[in-house]
Design a protein around this ligand. Structure first.
Ligand code: ADP
Ligand code: GLC
Length: 546
């Protein structure tokens, strides 16, 4: 079945630019959707790494002034990815982490940099390009979340405009994109947008809030997280608004690209293997131990953690639990970067435990693969986790995930309790709540399980047999996109033009806002829905996606 043209709008995309799972999803989902007959073009900022990767690039539009500078819109490919790229050197020609000027220091003009991304997405939706008009826009995270707001105010000004429906996909509610209200004019939004039912959020402009407010559909990356974010605690200040939009909120579990993450073909590991040759993992374990100067001990349980080093990821709990981990005779490899205090604490711990602990404080894709292939267990003691991809990769590589029971971690891992093992269902170790005590307990349980080789192997093989691919979830996205597209004004108009029918205009055509009337009354009173907690604190969490 052929599906609608989807414009995906993302601030990062694997393999061009990546700070975390958002890039993985933005890079893999289009390929998985292609198999469902849905064609995806991704709009991305022209960072140096993106510009360097472009093939067959052609200019399709020129902006005389995009947030205070000239810009060009390019159509290009990068491998299998079809891209639209905003070449705006004044906004994006900066090396390194896309969001940060220095460690923990966001670029001061991030509001304009990502406002531009959303603005261009909206213009494309409104028909900027003669030969390309998406039937649906998928806006990822706060960086793209102003897209439906731009469409709403454009259509409020000119009711003849037709806009495609927008799906806002929330990957992490902790990053909300809050900017001073004074930016409104520069962003090109009208004064009336600075209102509770507009983009205003406790005196600031809230990009994510605006997206939730105006999107035709909101998705997030696991069913459990979809439920958690409608609560006061999990909603990080936006729980009320999300609850008010609950009918338009759905959790669709992430997958992983099983070509990129495949232990049978992985070029970055020392020995390739499958479930049938799982004993080959021992070679990767030895290689890892050698690389990090650990005792070359095949019997010591080797834990790995591959993570942003932030509060979200519960790495402080792990720091506290180190005596228990080493007391069990286990080893640890930390590969991550993030808050300087955590980097320092892990560096110091590694100094104190030579032969038992190694660390790489940075971001290295190929090392992530070797750790997945050689570690016995992968830790994810997150306080909250929208989905999490490292536990999915771990399962595919036969590393046993040790995870807190939250968000996507609870949706993807089955605990190795007695019943789980007896029924050959267990795929990892789960603990709750995310406290140091419970993590210590989980580490002890993991080590005990490791010392029972039959049960351990069973859990590894169960994990390797689970389907962590995009197949099921891509089909869910495809069906959502089809549904939205079928109801959209643009699509009906196009169909009408094709068939010569006069009734191109949908009966439910919204007077203002997206092409589909999102949900009428349930979004009528957002102010009551925005709860009073500390949005700034929530938005400041984590180091890389600010
Ligand atoms: P998040 O997006 O919250 O950081 P996810 O688990 O969804 O968490 O995705 C993290 C992605 O980043 C995974 O692909 C993981 O392998 C990768 N990753 C995390 N830390 C590192 C690192 N230090 N080096 C290489 N890859 C990393
Ligand atoms: C976010 C979340 C993570 C999720 C990823 C991709 O960064 O923290 O849980 O897997 O996005 O959706």
């Amino acid at each position: 079945m052929t599906g609608p043209e989807v414009l995906s709008v993302a601030a990062e995309i694997f393999p061009l630019v990546k700070t975390g799972g958002l890039a993985d999803v933005a890079g893999a989902l289009p390929l998985a959707l292609a198999r469902e007959g849905v064609r995806v073009t991704t709009l991305v900022p022209g960072y140096p790494a993106v510009m360097a990767a472009l093939e067959d690039s052609t200019e399709v539009h020129r902006f005389a002034d995009l947030m205070d500078g000239e810009a060009r819109l390019l159509r290009a490919r990068a491998g299998a990815l079809e891209l639209l790229v905003i070449n705006a050197p004044h906004l994006y020609d900066r090396p390194g982490n896309p969001y940060l000027k220095g460690p923990g220091e966001p670029w001061p003009d991030n509001g304009l940099r990502y406002g531009a991304l959303a603005k261009v997405a909206a213009e494309i939706g409104l028909g900027l390009l003669a030969d390309y008009r998406p039937a649906v826009i998928q806006a990822h995270d706060w960086h793209a979340a102003l897209t439906p707001a731009y469409l709403f105010y454009a259509r409020r000004k000119d009711r003849r405009l037709k806009a495609p429906p927008v799906v806002l996909s929330i990957h992490n509610l902790a990053f909300q994109g809050l900017f001073p209200a004074e930016l409104l004019g520069k962003l090109g939004l009208p004064p009336e947008a600075l209102a509770v039912e507009g983009v205003e959020y406790w005196g600031d402009i809230g990009f994510l809030k605006a997206g939730i407010q105006f999107a035709d559909q909101v998705t997030t990356v696991s069913p459990s997280y979809a439920a958690e974010i409608t609560t006061e605690d999990g909603g990080m200040g936006l729980g009320g608004l999300l609850k008010a939009r609950a009918k338009r909120l759905v959790g669709i579990l992430n997958g992983i690209d099983d070509d990129v993450w495949n232990p049978q073909t992985d070029p970055d590991i020392s020995a390739r293997y499958s479930a049938q040759t799982i004993e080959q993992r021992a070679i990767n374990k030895l290689a890892l131990q050698a690389k990090f100067g650990l005792r070359p001990d095949p019997e010591a349980p080797l834990f790995g953690i591959l993570s942003r080093l932030t509060d979200q990821k519960g790495v402080d709990l792990l720091l506290g639990a180190l005596p228990v981990l080493f007391g069990e005779g286990a080893q640890l490899i930390v590969c991550g970067q993030g808050e300087p205090r955590y980097e320092a604490a892990f560096a110091e711990a590694a100094e104190r435990h030579p032969g038992s602990m190694g660390r790489y404080l940075g971001y290295r894709e190929e090392l992530a693969h070797l750790i997945q292939a050689g570690a016995d267990a992968i830790l994810a003691p997150s306080r909250f986790e929208p989905c999490g991809l490292t536990q999915l990769c771990a399962m595919r590589y036969g590393a046993v995930p040790v995870v807190s029971r939250t968000g996507g971690l609870s949706d993807t891992i089955i605990d190795a309790n007695t019943a789980g093992i007896a029924r050959s269902a267990a795929t990892g170790v789960q603990f709750a709540p995310a406290t140091q005590d419970m993590l210590e307990d989980a580490i002890r349980r993991t080590c005990a399980l490791y010392r029972d080789p039959v049960s351990w192997r069973r859990v590894q093989l169960n994990a390797m047999a689970s389907d962590s691919s995009w197949r099921v979830s891509a089909a869910e996205y495809a069906s959502l996109f089809r549904k939205l597209s079928a109801r959209s004004a643009i699509n009906r108009a196009a169909d009408a033009a094709k068939t010569g029918s006069a009734s191109g205009e949908p009966r439910s055509f919204a007077p203002v806002g997206g092409a589909v009337d999102p949900d009428g009354p349930e979004r009528a009173s957002p102010q009551a829905a925005v709860t009073r907690s500390a949005p700034r604190k929530a938005a400041a969490r984590g180091a890389t996606k600010a």
